[in-house]
Design a protein around this ligand. Structure first.
Ligand SMILES: [Zn+2]
Length: 676
């Protein structure tokens, strides 16, 4: 069961005294780290470097990380807090099934590397036997519809975009081992290097499993996945709501790819009664069916075997774990060394049993005042955006009324959920890591099926509160700010408010902005997919957003690797709109608190501090392979463009720093894009 108040055993642990309360800002004198700047630079030439160059030069990416920035810094701090909670749970002899026992038991089972090594492949064997026993394409198709096996298609449970009070089943393409189709199809040097390493990695997994013919199997699997990649939709296409919103009946799904025998297999998957499906990538699933029927049985079985082992490499002992690290972390992301086992365990449990940890985390590390202050900030941003909407020149009144109605339904969620997920029925044993993970996967799928059967519960949080991130859900019009992100440099109750508006204020604006980005705007006040735009206003939106696409398409962080302006459009609109909203809210604040003129602090005007606050949030270094990966798979632009790409479109930034046509970032006023 989900969302019941949690077990009594854990509440006892939560009584430790809170450890907050201080009154100086965490960073610098006013919340901004002046020592990280290079004030010698001209802010108009490169604002990201102006604000951050000294920090970028003196900071090294930790050897066990693919990138390092403010998100990482806070995540590492949160990890220390989570670790204390886990250590306490592991030290207690708690009743089976209590949160304390689940947390402590899972951690102990992961930390017992000797037991995991000794067990080796043995716990996986029954699952491999099922693959080996497959004697027909029908047998393989039925394994595709089983929780633990790889599949060219995937399913998930989401609120129904036609009626968001109930759930529906989402179906989409899947089945690739590399992060995206581009990795199979692009011809640049890096992609070729990745492919060669991937084939070697597949062979290595077969070697470690003592399965013969690994080299041939690796080639065959690579050929199969390349064929799948060719029919996969691109990242930018899978973002297009109008393309992926396809409602199909069960009969239509069966007909789409008869090779997968969906009628029987979905039933076996627990989806027997499901009559309606949202199929995101119909042609990719149909084509995958054909590829499947034309692939020989041995290759399909090798494919299932490889993915079963590779997906669970860290459960099978050090050799598998190291092979997986070498490929996925080192080769694909440039990470130099594996993180310590303890840290990986903390990460795992903080995510997998996140709500059990989160209840204690917020008691200890999230001051109630932060919640109050955030509520005020969010309300300030909503007001600022409403005023902007009311005065937006390119929007006609008919569309404006709908936009205002949508904004009025936004539900902010701050810090932590009002009800916590529980893990009732989950069995965790301190001496059975492999079994724990398999049971957790089954538990998670059973929870999804349970969701599917009932009404949508708007109180659910997908993330635990210790996560350093924020989100917008277009189906429920919820903006969520977990406790993890409500810290410096994003938010500091003791910092100058200009810095807070440029940090968390713009993050709040970013999430609100997602409700009105190129895809979010296709959802209405009830979260339904519905076109509420007049033709004329729609045209004007497209003119503006196309101009933003063209700007970002020009950015090239690495030789031969550019930003994809279309793929990152939603995030770029979120950033730009978020900063415009935050700036308006900041000016409202200045009017209310400083009579229209913010004080100068350490030589910086209020507006300068606002923009510096935004730039500081995006301090970040990437390893080159990680950057390539992000350009292909991450809808966010690299950090330097989240700063430079945004500020050059905002008039107030030009005024704040005296930027003119002699500066590199200068855009003539008619080329500056303003959407929200
Ligand atoms: Zn976003």
């Amino acid at each position: 069961m989900k969302n019941l108040l949690s077990g009594v055993a854990f509440i006892a642990l939560a009584a430790a005294a809170p450890a907050f309360a201080q009154d100086a800002p965490v960073l610098g004198d006013f919340g901004f780290d002046v020592t990280g700047m290079n004030a010698e630079l001209d802010p108009g030439d490169d604002f990201f470097q102006f604000a951050n160059q000294a920090w970028l030069e003196r900071t090294e990416i930790p050897s066990d990380r693919s990138n390092y920035g403010m998100f990482t810094k806070l995540a590492i701090e949160a990890e220390d807090h989570v670790r204390e909670i886990i250590d306490e749970a592991a030290a207690v002899d708690a009743p089976d099934g209590s949160n304390t026992q689940l947390v402590g038991g899972l951690y102990k089972s992961w930390m017992d590397a000797d037991a995991i090594n000794a067990a080796g492949l043995a716990p996986a064997q029954p699952y491999l036997d099922r693959i080996n026993a497959a004697s027909s394409w029908e047998d393989v198709a039925s394994l595709f519809a089983t929780v633990h096996y790889a599949s060219p298609w995937g399913v998930g449970v989401i609120p129904d975009p036609a009626d968001t009070s109930r759930y529906t089943l989402y179906m989409g393409q899947g089945g690739l081992g590399l992060p995206d189709r581009d990795y199979y199809l692009e011809e640049d040097e890096a992609s070729e290097r990745y492919r060669t390493a991937y084939v070697a990695y597949i062979e290595r997994i077969f070697d470690l499993a003592g399965i013969e013919g690994g080299a041939d199997k690796a080639q065959a699997i690579m050929a199969l996945e390349t064929a799948l990649a060719e029919v996969h939709w691109s990242q930018e296409r899978t973002r297009e709501i109008t393309e992926i919103y396809n409602v199909l009946s069960l009969d239509e799904v069966v007909e789409l790819a008869p090779e997968f025998d969906f009628r029987a297999n979905l039933e076996a998957f627990g989806l027997g009664g499901q009559e309606s499906f949202m199929v995101a990538t119909p042609s990719a699933i149909a084509d995958a069916g054909e590829i499947f029927s034309q692939t020989d049985l041995d290759t399909l079985k090798a494919y299932l075997t490889f993915h079963f082992l590779s997906d669970r490499a860290s459960w099978l002992g050090d050799d598998f774990d190291q092979a997986s690290f070498d490929f996925f972390s080192r080769t694909l992301n440039g990470v130099e060394e594996q993180r310590e086992r303890e840290k990986r365990g903390v990460d795992l449990i903080g995510g997998a049993l996140g709500h059990a940890i989160g209840q204690i985390y917020v008691d200890r590390h999230f001051p109630p005042e932060s919640k109050t202050q955030m509520e005020e900030l969010v309300a300030g941003l909503q007001t600022a955006f409403r005023e902007r909407l009311e005065n937006l020149s390119w929007m006609d009144d008919e569309t404006r009324a709908q936009a205002l109605e949508k904004l009025s339904t936004f539900e902010p969620r701050i810090g932590y959920p009002e009800v916590w997920d529980t893990y009732e029925g989950l069995e965790i044993r301190a001496d059975d890591y492999f079994g724990n993970r398999m049971r957790m996967a089954e538990f998670a799928w059973a929870e999804q099926l349970e969701d599917l059967a009932g009404p949508v519960d708007r109180r659910e949080w997908d993330w635990p509160p210790q996560i350093v991130n924020a989100s917008y859900n277009p189906l429920l019009n919820q903006i969520t700010f977990p406790a993890g992100i409500l810290q410096a440099p994003f938010f500091d109750p003791n910092a100058d408010m200009a810095v807070n508006f440029g940090g968390i204020g713009a993050v709040i604006g970013h999430e609100i902005g997602h409700g009105f980005d190129d895809q979010g705007r296709r959802f209405d006040a009830q979260g339904r997919i519905r076109d509420w735009w007049t033709e004329e206003t729609n045209e004007r939106f497209l003119e503006r957003s196309d101009a933003l696409v063209a700007q970002y398409d020009q950015y090239q962080p690495l030789e031969g690797h550019t930003v994809n302006g279309r793929f990152t459009l939603g995030e770029n609109i979120g950033d730009l709109g978020g900063m415009e909203m935050a700036y308006s809210a900041w000016r409202d604040y200045v009017d209310a608190h400083y009579g229209g003129e913010a004080p100068v602090i350490d030589g910086f005007t209020g507006d300068q501090r606002f923009f510096l606050g935004w730039a500081q949030v995006w301090r970040r270094l990437y390893r080159e392979d990680n950057l390539i990966s992000r350009l292909r798979t991450d809808p966010h632009s690299p950090s330097e463009y989240r700063v430079n790409g945004v500020v050059r479109n905002i008039d107030a930034w030009y005024a704040a720093f005296g930027v003119d046509e002699s500066d590199d970032l200068y855009l003539p006023p008619e080329q500056r894009v303003s959407i929200w």
